[in-house]
Design a protein around this ligand. Structure first.
Ligand SMILES: Nc1ncnc2c1ncn2[C@@H]1O[C@H](COP(=O)(O)OP(=O)(O)OP(=O)(O)O)[C@@H](O)[C@H]1O
Ligand SMILES: [Mg+2]
Length: 414
């Protein structure tokens, strides 16, 4: 559990903002003690495309967080996202050596489950146990000590482009940070916004940011499916800029101030003022016109998200419905539109389960940053990997380190 006074730093490198969240263990809980956020211009659809501006934004966000927390930050847990992320489920079977399951049997089973061909340009980011099966008994969360002859593990494997992960590590290094671990963005967001009950009875987490929509489907308390779609709120802003013939910056402001994803929720008499391009006078328009531009785009993205949720094969089992987080969750009418498309209950997910500067992080846009900390406190203690840009992650996953990491995963996940 969370050790008192232990400090961790989460670094969410997003397409629109880079956010650093500092957390401290306090009375068994994560207490937020600092946050820094700076606009991000060096990423496209969740992937670093400009090192200099990304490094610069990281430095600015770190400085801000350092000032607020009153500490010097030199390491972090970094989030990873982008369309290059590919995930799948796998299983591994081994004979139980001494008729009673031991940690080594579990490590061997997980090793067998991850022994699948992964293309040379990709590497493992997570291998997460979902459940264990001893002989014919399935649904076991912790098989240690159980008697049997055959141990099977079902795992969820997340892979990503080697270069994308290394670019994150390089940016951090240039900004003066070592990366203790790399964590899939939506796994972090889920930690901050879903309750254990929701994960148990089935829920889909959807983090809609500026450049990507990140999906994670949970049931029976474990992760079943993850996926990243290369669409987010930036497409809505572009549509508004084109539809209302207004500059992008104004379109972004208009979206945040007056936007609504569900046009039925907008009154017929509501009007908005829209700046024009080329020095022309501002115009007054019906707010419904704006909602009519936003709704089809959100519908399209929600439709694609639903297709992904269906691919998980769990869509009929999601009794807790859909939890929408990320900056776009702030858009008025978002849960209402999502409910109509998914035919499932939907709610906004803001970071929860933390103490300290709760008001400062009380925004769905901070779900990943806060979640990185919660995930870190739960999972990474004792296995700081010290990622290094020059080193291949594969080596870090070999031999004893692999066993340690698997063992930690196993211990912490359940
Ligand atoms: N109040 C609001 N209403 C509508 N949209 C909003 C609001 N606040 C933020 N957004 C949108 O949320 C998006 C940014 O979300 P977020 O901060 O989660 O993205 P990110 O993490 O930087 O990007 P990504 O996760 O895609 O890499 C932007 O498109 C922004 O316009
Ligand atoms: Mg994000």
């Amino acid at each position: 559990m969370v050790k008192d006074d232990e400090l961790l730093v989460g670094l969410d490198i997003g397409t629109t903002k880079i956010c650093v969240v500092v957390g401290k263990g306090s009375e068994g809980k994560v207490s937020i003690v600092g946050i820094g956020s700076h606009p991000s211009t060096g990423l496209r659809k969740g992937v670093v495309v400009n090192m200099d501006s990304t490094v610069n934004s990281i430095k600015k966000a770190v400085e801000e967080a350092e000032l607020m927390a009153g500490i010097k930050i030199d390491s972090c847990l970094a989030g990873i996202g982008g369309g290059h992320i590919k995930s799948f489920n796998s299983n591994g079977v081994v004979a139980i050596k001494d008729k009673e399951v031991k940690a080594e049997d579990i490590a061997r089973a997980i090793d067998a489950a991850k022994a699948v061909a992964i293309p040379a340009d990709r590497e493992l980011i997570h291998v997460i146990p979902q459940e264990f099966i001893v002989d014919d008994q399935d649904g076991i969360k912790d098989p240690v000590g159980i008697t049997g002859v055959r141990l099977e593990v079902k795992v969820h494997i997340v892979t990503g482009n080697i270069s994308s992960a290394q670019n994150i590590i390089k940016c951090c290094k240039l900004a003066g940070l070592t990366v203790d671990d790399i964590i899939l963005g939506q796994l972090a967001s889920a930690e901050a916004t879903l309750t254990p009950e929701e994960k148990e009875i089935g829920a889909a987490l959807v983090d809609i940011g500026g450049g990507t929509s990140d999906i994670a489907v949970f049931s029976n308390g474990s992760i079943k499916y993850t996926s990243v779609l290369p669409f987010g709120g930036n497409s809505i802003t572009n549509d508004i800029a084109i539809g209302l013939r207004t500059p992008i910056d104004d379109a972004e402001k208009i979206k945040k101030k007056y936007g609504c994803a569900f046009s039925n929720m907008v009154g017929a008499n509501e009007t908005i003022e829209v700046p024009s391009v080329g020095g022309r006078k501002p115009r007054t328009l019906q707010r419904k016109t704006l909602a009519d531009i936003i709704e089809p785009r959100v519908e399209e993205v929600a439709g694609l998200i639903y297709e992904e949720i269906k691919k998980s094969g769990q869509e009929k089992l999601l009794a807790s419905g859909v939890i929408i987080t990320g900056g776009c969750a702030n858009l008025e009418g978002m849960p209402e539109l999502a409910e109509s498309i998914f035919n499932l209950p939907a709610r906004r997910g803001s970071p929860m389960g933390v103490g300290g500067l709760v008001d400062v992080v009380n925004n769905p846009a901070y779900a990943t940053g806060v979640g990185l900390l919660i995930y870190g406190f739960k999972n990474t203690k004792g296995r700081r990997r010290g990622f290094d840009a020059g080193r291949s992650m594969k080596r870090l996953f070999s031999g004893q380190k692999l066993l340690n990491r698997m063992g930690e995963w196993f211990k912490e996940i359940f």
